[in-house]
Write a protein that binds this ligand. Structure first.
Ligand code: SF4
Length: 361
């Protein structure tokens, strides 16, 4: 019988393709690495990401879990105690719990919930993210939402026909979209979802339509994007992996929608006629050809549309102009690194645009 250590090694590596934390997508902006249990790690790397079951009877074409024949599993009590052992030694700081589905979905969902229930009943008050399985029952979703800080169900792709290319078992409307609606009601503002970019050949236009509809109708706190990876022994092993830049561009697009309030009409020009997103910074692309804005009068929304200006910088500018007229970049009181990108898109009232980057240094 494999010991807990062996199971932990195997079942944490099996969970690495699920993205769960903001820190991870920030990491994905700079590397393609995923985070798993790491004894020497700190910060968000201290999240234990683990599967309850390391095998699955479903047939998702890209998934390495379904080809795992080791059939390693944790029982709920065993996983809870393993987690407590690591947590009490301060080796991990939170838990992301998912699972393959080797048998009945309801039974596996019950086991996930049972694990969470043990942890909470025995005093664990830290971060807990529970994965909802496709086709989960509504009472289970409600209970998971009560126990966990965050719950999530992966939407995977953009629609029924695309899902057909990946799985003959999952039903997009019933197993996923209907459940996302239940999740939205059970955990408003505390649920996420994830798209696998490129696994089913989706165009960026399809992704755009899917993402904007999800944000409008399901109100997830955020959407994660993982670039499809052609993994050995999966049905899609011979396919080309999606380039990392494409998921990075989707994180940038997502930021424009979620944090900066860009609407559909503004963003649509970023899609080429063939439905493809350009490999360039979407905010910079949208700013090209736009009239410069005056930081003395620009609204918050106008300011965050300027490349280099985010929500923090926009608030700092609005605060600064309450005390003085902004005539030069220096009057903005924000770091020069932000202004290098922003300056071509700003017009300073009360002064000719004599301000140049050279003058700012
Ligand atoms: S349901 Fe699909 S994606 Fe999830 S573990 Fe099973 S085969 Fe993999």
């Amino acid at each position: 019988m494999p010991g807990c250590g062996e199971k932990l090694a195997k079942l944490t590596s099996g969970s690495q393709y699920d993205v769960c934390m903001p820190g991870e997508c920030m990491q994905m902006l700079t590397s393609s690495a995923c985070i798993t249990y790491n004894q020497n790690a700190s910060g968000c790397n201290r999240m234990l990401k683990v599967l309850l079951h390391g095998s699955c009877s479903y047939d998702c074409a890209y998934c390495p879990v379904r080809v795992d024949r080791s059939r390693l599993s944790f029982a709920p009590r065993e996983l809870a105690e393993t987690f407590f052992g690591l947590y009490r030694k301060n080796l991990v700081g939170g838990l992301f719990l998912s699972s393959g589905i080797p048998y009945d979905t309801d039974d596996v969902m019950s086991e996930l919930i049972e694990t969470a229930r043990i942890l909470r009943n025995e005093g664990y008050a830290g971060y807990l993210h529970l994965k909802i399985l496709p086709g989960a029952q509504r009472p289970d979703i409600n209970e998971a939402a009560q126990l966990a800080d965050r719950i999530s169900l992966n939407v995977e792709t953009t629609g029924e026909s695309r899902l057909r290319a990946l799985s003959g078992i999952k039903d997009y409307a019933g197993d996923i979209i209907k459940r996302l609606g239940w999740i939205a009601e059970a955990a408003p503002g505390h649920h996420t979802t994830q798209l696998v970019i490129g696994a089913a050949g989706e165009t960026d236009r399809e992704i755009f339509n899917c993402v904007t509809a999800l944000y409008e109708q399901m109100l997830p706190s955020r959407i994660y994007y993982s670039a499809f990876k052609a993994l050995p022994k999966t049905r899609l092993a011979s396919r080309e992996s999606t380039p990392a830049w494409r998921s990075r561009r989707w994180y940038q697009m997502d930021y424009l929608i979620r944090e900066y309030g860009f609407n559909r009409t503004e963003l649509l020009p970023l899609l080429e006629d063939c439905g493809t997103l350009q490999n360039d910074d979407p905010k910079a692309l949208l700013a090209r050809g736009r009239e410069p804005v005056d930081p003395n009068v620009a609204s918050f929304a106008d300011l965050v549309h300027v490349p280099g200006i985010g929500t923090v910088t926009a608030r700092a500018i609005i605060q600064a102009r309450e005390h003085r007229t902004i005539r030069t970049p220096r009057d903005l009181g924000v770091p020069g690194s932000c202004l290098k990108r922003a300056l071509p898109h700003l017009a300073f009232s009360g002064a000719a645009r004599q301000a140049t980057l050279a003058g700012f240094h």
